[in-house]
Design a protein around this ligand. Sequence first.
Ligand code: UD1
Length: 417
Amino acid sequence: MSRYMINGGNRLDGEIKIQGSKNAALPIMAACVLNGAKTILHNVPDIQDVRIMKKILTSIGCKIKTETNTLIIDSSMINSAKVSEQLVSRMRSSIMLMGALVAKLKHAHFSYPGGCDIGLRPIDIHLKALKQLGANITEEHGYIIVDGKDLHAADIVLNYPSVGATENIILASVMTKGVTSIANAAKEPEIIDLQNFLNSLGARVYGAGSNTVYVEGVDRLCEGEYTIMADRIAAGTYMCATHICSGKVFLRGCSLENIKSPYYKLIESGLKVKVYADGIQCISAKDIQSIDSIVTLPYPGFPTDLQPLFVAMLCYANGISIINETVFESRYRFTTQLLRMGANIKIEGRTAIIAGVNKLEGATVYAHDLRGGAALTIAALGAQGSSTVEDIHHIRRGYENFIGVLQNVGADIKYIN
Ligand code: UD1
């Protein structure tokens, strides 16, 4: 099993180029089936989830060329609406293809999706909305079979602003006659990126980033070329790492626009941030200050994906910090591993109470999910002595060249296979 070996205590200093966004790239790749033509995508992160999405697209007939962070996806030869159970079970975002395939082929055949083990993660909101759009959905022996030959526009009100469901509805309705509205839509910046991408192919999607998204169906989409936005969660990860390691790091390609809520919390914790045209400079204060209250919420609230990284950072803070996780019910599993390093964390239901300690000690810890695994890694960077992070395949799902990036700014971390 592959693992990271880390000798903690090095100061981080230098520059990190922020990778392309995982959560924008995946739905945009799924959207590439819609035009039945060539699409060139730039700034696609080289991560495991993207590799799985490439495999899924290839398995249904797409031809894909990869040139570093550029993908050329040709969907003119799509010949299957059936997505392999083995691939779907490895990544939840494969569900995004459901809306795209139903729009393109009027049919989709799926098993229930997999992904990080951070909660129940049902897909009821996706299925209900697809039914409202006229899809006929049957479930047989763990498979979901969607018949979309009677798709029509609809006014949909989500009972929760699910990111994936909002994206799926957009994809399902983009070539469906009439105007579909999605009220209580998720407002995440990645949805704006999906809207911008689709509109660059000739779609008519409006309102992404606000409460209601409107999709006016068009007959066809054309070829296109698009650059994926920067990954705000990777940016937040490296900001927390910089603070833990008393560092000074320039994050190239990162703007504060999409990370305002975590940015204000980082300022509260003492991190100094200077904004430049091409990125931001992060300078750690001598001490990390505790944070009274963080509540994870849909955007523009504090992102649940950064919660584990903040927990890792707040283990080193002066005083007690309190976090409330409202999005995913099982997102504190990684904290048991931080306890092995000497952290003082109490979990009460959805609340984490973190009493900062002077130092963490190196230990062998196990990643259970992507962001929890990244949190253990950055905690180990600041710990005294050496640590091993096991089961790092979770981390490789979402971070491009994680150890290379950290080594470049001075971390003592290596990969052992
Ligand atoms: C996306 C992100 C993920 C992030 C999450 C919340 C991608 C690829 N992943 O995941 O990194 O943590 O948004 O910001 O973009 N829910 C239901 N029924 C549904 C759908 C969701 O109950 O049909 C619940 C989920 O269990 C969860 C909450 O809604 O508790 C949020 O889920 P959702 O916004 O859908 O997240 P994802 O799209 O899966």
